[in-house]
Design a binder for this molecule. Structure first.
Ligand code: HEC
Ligand code: HEC
Length: 342
């Protein structure tokens, strides 16, 4: 054997062993590059969790586009190349859900900081929770929604796909989605995930998460940085409506924000409700007169109970749980309405 061939062999052998070693090391210590742009789900997988059932990492750009159309416009171009049927004749998903980030701090659901954020960013302040990060939640139709939807909540609570079907059919007074439509909406959600940059997380915490000594601990730190569910506590009208909620004084300036960024998003001319508020004194007086009375315009009852779709009345108004409008904000709204009525 010529020495050159031998050298080549040794060289090749060393290369192969080095490569093996690198591969073994890479398997044992995967390089978890967590950057600000990393999706939360990737960070969770790096920490040993498996992807949820609704994950759609292989969704195509076309599916994401179809999902976006369905959410914003209620229809899209289907697999047969034709325009699909509207999901609902009355609403699009974004009539009741914001598609964008709506909480400045993702870890908590504070209705006042959400309202301020909506005003700053020109977004709506709505009853339904945001689709931003909905794929990062772990349960849906939480808490008191069982009171409203009963057994329908059971399959929905642990499944984002079932929740979507429940909402498409019941909450939107629409129809169940076809398989390809559901897939498209799940693709849209997956593409609309929270990212590391949305969390209030320090560089140090991020480093530790990238090279965790204790995966369990890192997982719980990560999960403490965002809300894994959108909580829902149904509120009540105050016991004495004339006096309002005990110990709460309404602020009309804040109430105006509630009125404009919430009520008016549906009750403007051409909005999803057939009832358009005119901003006239007459309208505000109707609300003012109805406080404490059994009336369609009873402010406390309409906010806390909403209305129900019925025979020949498929349009309804969703109620606001306390996490979506606080008693304080409701009292603020009343103060604004009374100010405008005078
Ligand atoms: C008329 C209002 C309305 C419309 C239209 C509507 N939703 Fe909802 N949706 C709600 C309300 C209210 C809830 C209650 C829970 C929440 O969002 O916090 C809800 C809940 C959900 C949930 C569970 C959210 C959670 O975190 O608990 C999903 C998923 C959902 N809707 C998807 C959709 C999709 C997709 C569409 C469009 C096809 C749609 N919704 C249309 C009002 C609506
Ligand atoms: C997501 C859309 C939406 C939002 C937001 C909304 N409403 Fe409504 N509201 C409706 C719909 C839909 C109806 C049902 C009546 C209709 O349009 O046919 C309704 C009905 C009402 C009615 C009449 C009740 C009845 O029994 O007929 C009042 C009063 C009312 N809303 C007040 C409010 C106030 C006050 C706010 C803000 C705190 C508000 N709405 C926010 C959609 C909405």
């Amino acid at each position: 054997m010529k020495p050159t061939t031998k050298n080549t062999k040794i060289f090749l052998f060393s290369c192969a062993s080095a490569l093996c070693l690198i591969m073994v090391l890479a398997l044992k210590f995967p390089k978890q590059k967590l950057t600000k742009e990393t999706n939360i789900s990737e960070a969770l997988v790096a920490l040993g969790e498996s992807l949820p059932k609704h994950a759609r990492p292989n969704a195509t750009a076309e599916q994401i586009q179809q999902g976006t159309d369905l959410v914003f416009k209620g229809r899209t171009i289907g697999p047969d190349g034709k325009k699909s049927k509207y999901i609902s004749r009355f609403y699009t998903c974004t009539s009741c859900h914001s598609p964008a980030k709506e909480d400045p701090s993702i870890a908590s659901f504070d209705p006042q900081s959400r309202l301020d954020y909506a005003v700053e960013n020109g977004q709506k302040f709505l009853q339904g929770s945001t689709f931003y990060g909905i794929a990062n939640r772990e349960s849906w139709y939480n808490d008191d929604y069982e009171k409203k939807y009963g057994d329908l909540v059971k399959p929905a609570r642990n499944s984002l796909a079932e929740s979507t079907q429940l909402c498409a059919k019941v909450c939107s007074s629409g129809r169940y989605l076809e398989d390809w439509e559901l897939e498209a909406i799940l693709a849209y959600y997956w593409n609309n995930q929270l990212k590391i940059k949305d969390l209030n997380i320090s560089e140090e915490e991020l480093m530790l998460m990238g090279n965790p000594k204790d995966e369990k601990k890192s997982l719980s730190t990560l999960k403490s940085k965002y809300a894994t569910k959108s909580p829902a506590t149904f509120g009540k009208s105050p016991s004495r409506q004339d006096l309002g909620f005990e110990g709460i004084k309404g602020d009309p300036v804040n109430g105006k924000k509630v009125y404009e960024f919430s009520c008016m998003s549906c009750h403007q001319d051409g909005g999803v409700s057939g009832i358009a508020f005119t901003n006239s004194k007459v309208d505000f007086q109707k609300f003012k007169r109805s406080i404490g009375k059994k009336s369609d315009y009873n402010l406390y009852d309409i906010v806390r109970n909403g209305t129900y779709a019925g025979q020949g009345k498929p349009r309804y108004m969703p109620l606001y749980p306390k996490e979506r409008m606080s008693d304080q904000q409701l009292e603020d709204l009343r103060a604004f309405i009374e100010q405008e009525a005078n």
